[in-house]
Write a protein that binds this ligand. Structure first.
Ligand code: PLP
Length: 423
């Protein structure tokens, strides 16, 4: 599918008068339309709720939009819990799916009344030492089936190699231990494949979890309130990929539900999801300006953003589509490496990418940075966090995170012995 930016050259030329590049910009209309589709896809399930994975885009202004759709928040750290609290989420709207969890974070999640999703059986005794015998009414456990999973379009992942979740044997025991501690209702959670661009993933996972909880509820005598399919629903980063159809995905889950849970008398179990990427990635873009061209053994375009603003290409070799604004219809007859300024040779947003001829001053839109984009920012080379902007439905632009300054960067150093005009 052709990938079109949600902003035009004219809009960006206007925006940069106030907010210089680079910045991440988010599309409110796109976010809202997608939220409606997600709700529609699972409307057949009475208790359905999406808990947005806050780590993907930890910005309260964006979280607030999701709140309009009664969505909750999936957290795995103190900062994410605090953000959820700040936007007014109550306990039932916070899922705490953490791993290697510090005691103080369990305490905070517990105090907020969040649903605690345990990554490991040993965390039960760990929790005993934090909350004593006052266990919440409802708790969840994270399952890891091990092995390798494969879907028909060749997508595969390797849960057996992942640090998360409990084995089947452990999870049966964990539910029994929690039942002994007075927990009344239970959830199950599993995240076994990442960025799946196939409508098969959720239905396949749902089928496995529905079978498993049917057995657990009989053998351990516990009542399941929800099945949490977690994240992993992917997006089409490349133009040749076919995007997921969330309506088809919801329907696939419904079929498994009617096939497995309903006949087992479990037709009131709620479906939860914890999507991050699918909720935000396509609705964010990194906008950057071409500031250099270089002709050596290859052709380079240097831009004013770098891997500190978007780490995925450097970290995973991830593909992010690039549009040169104003040249949308020009022939892609130039082969470039598009680079940032870090003193690291992996600081390249694209390698050997066919693009239109780029001139200094052109604005480049790097697509699909709405999740795991700004969130993975860092400060190597003293590069600063870029601003985040929200393109509102009425066409206006709101600054939702200002750009970091050198003063911010130096704030944790004690400069009293040194001198700097910045401090
Ligand atoms: C990262 C994460 C998610 C979101 O994953 P996406 O692939 O962005 O949808 C959900 N749940 C947990 C526990 C996660 O760690």
């Amino acid at each position: 599918m052709e990938k079109k930016p949600f902003v035009t050259k004219e809009q960006i030329e206007e925006i940069v008068k106030t907010y210089p590049t680079p910045f991440h910009i988010y599309d409110e209309a796109g976010i809202r339309k997608n939220c409606e589709d997600v709700k529609k896809a699972f409307a057949w399930n009475k208790g359905f709720r999406e808990y947005f994975a806050v780590k993907a885009t930890p910005n309260p202004f964006l979280m607030e939009i999701l709140k309009d759709y009664d969505m909750g928040f999936d957290c795995s750290s103190e900062a994410e819990l605090e953000l959820s609290r700040a936007v007014g989420a109550d306990g039932m709207h916070i899922m705490f799916s953490s791993n290697d969890t510090p005691a103080c974070e369990y305490k905070l999640a517990y105090d907020l009344g969040a649903i605690i999703n345990l990554d490991d059986i040993t965390h039960i005794e760990f929790l005993d030492s934090i909350i004593g015998d006052k266990y919440p009414e409802i708790m969840s456990c994270r399952f890891n089936p091990g092995g390798v999973i494969k879907m028909s379009n060749g997508i595969m992942d390797n849960p057996g190699d992942a640090k998360y979740g409990m084995t089947e044997e452990q999870i049966f025991k964990a539910y029994a231990m929690l039942k002994e501690r007075g927990v009344k209702k239970f959830g199950i959670h599993a995240f076994i494949a990442s960025n799946t661009v196939t409508n098969e993933y959720y239905p396949m996972l749902a089928g496995q979890l529905f079978e498993l909880i049917s057995r657990i509820s009989k053998e351990v005598g516990v009542e399941f309130a929800f099945v949490n399919l977690s994240g992993g629903v992917g997006i089409a980063y490349r133009p040749e990929q076919t995007p997921n159809d969330i309506i088809a995905i919801g329907d696939g889950v419904r079929q498994k539900y009617e096939e497995i849970l309903v006949p087992n008398g479990m037709g009131d179990v709620a479906i939860y999801t914890e999507m991050g990427r699918f909720m935000m990635a396509p609705y964010g873009a990194l906008v950057t300006k071409a500031i250099h061209e270089k002709h050596t053994y290859k052709e380079y375009i240097g831009v004013d953003a770098c891997a500190a603003n978007l780490m995925r290409p450097a970290m995973y070799g991830a593909y992010h589509h690039i549009t040169v604004l104003g040249k949308e219809d020009a022939a892609c007859d130039h082969k470039y490496d598009v680079t940032g300024s870090l003193c690291e040779n992996n600081d390249k947003f694209a390698i050997d990418r066919m693009l239109p001829a780029i001139d200094k001053g052109d604005y480049l839109v790097i697509h699909d940075t709405g999740a795991h984009g700004s969130a993975m920012g860092y400060n190597y080379n003293g590069r600063l966090w870029s601003a985040e902007l929200l393109l509102k439905e009425d066409g206006s632009v709101q600054l939702i995170r200002r750009a970091e300054t050198l003063k911010d960067y130096f704030a944790t150093l004690d400069f009293s012995k040194f001198s700097s005009d910045l401090l």
